[in-house]
Ligand binder design. Structure first.
Ligand code: PEP
Length: 263
């Protein structure tokens, strides 16, 4: 298997509260990266990205670009509808792409549980995103009840299957990533053990082959209370190719420490 370049992605969710705070967080990120580089602790062989609110995608991107930062900007969600039209409140993949935003999350557990996004919606979103040429981080993960019932792997593979099996992904291997985020670990301070996470990642990788052989090398990110003190043990796992980081990404120092663990 060729080496997979890891990704560390910060999901800022509906934070921080003001435009000034968004700007400060972006600046702290720029400054911390500069400090690490200056100390010789290079962040090599690693892709970094942050997902601010929709409202701040472009300003954060502009600030990063002005600082010549390699950190990329990713949308937290995308419309299921393509192009332009009468879809109040939505932003399509094409609008994101036209504005220079090249990536989006799809299927985050908060979108699934709070907004009722099911396989039909997620299929439409994935299709719209890949048609527009966006890179997609597709999120999957089981609840605590499902894990305790011994169904974790079955649930996660089903979440992949009900979306990936219906879309021709043959030419999109460069544009896809999977994020395994056990729902019970998101924002709870509980993390999957490296062994459990690795075992799920290996199962996901084996499952990806079913859609197209080229998908076996997709980056598979882990998400769920990743912190500086547990990042290294996750990063050491063969099938964990990065992290999707919520809470800890709101602190630039923690985020960069996590990033270093994967570089
Ligand atoms: C997330 O929301 O994607 C996430 C992993 O959050 P946290 O790191 O806070 O658990």
């Amino acid at each position: 298997m060729p080496a997979i370049m890891p990704w560390v992605i910060g999901n800022w969710k509906m934070n921080p509260e003001t435009p000034t705070a968004q700007q400060q967080l972006t600046q702290q990120l720029i400054d911390h990266i500069a400090e690490h580089l200056a100390s010789g602790a290079a962040l090599v062989n690693l892709n970094l990205a942050v997902a601010p609110t929709l409202l701040h995608l472009l300003t954060v991107q502009q600030q990063l670009q002005q600082a010549k930062s390699a950190v990329q900007v990713i949308a937290q969600d995308v419309s299921r509808f393509a192009g332009t039209g009468a879809y109040t409140g939505d932003v399509s993949a094409q609008l994101l792409a036209n504005a220079g935003i090249g990536m989006t999350l799809i299927g985050h557990s908060e979108r699934r549980s709070l907004y009722g996004e099911d396989a039909t919606v997620l299929r439409e979103k994935l299709q719209a995103a890949i048609n527009a040429g966006l890179k997609v981080v597709f999120c999957v993960g089981e609840t605590l009840t499902e894990r305790e019932a011994g169904q974790a792997e079955q649930v996660v593979l089903q979440q992949l299957d009900e979306v990936f099996d219906c879309i021709d992904l043959q030419h999109w291997q460069q544009n896809l990533m999977v994020a395994y985020e056990p729902v019970w670990a998101i924002g709870t301070g509980k993390t999957a053990s490296p062994q459990d996470a690795e075992s799920m990642h290996a199962a996901i990788r084996a499952g990806l082959k079913n859609y197209h052989s080229s998908l076996v090398d997709l980056p598979i990110l882990y998400g769920g209370s990743v912190k500086p003190d547990n990042a290294a043990s996750l990063a050491a796992c063969a099938n964990i190719n990065g992290a999707l980081v919520g809470g800890a990404s709101l602190d630039a120092d923690s985020f960069i420490k996590i990033a270093r663990a994967f570089s």
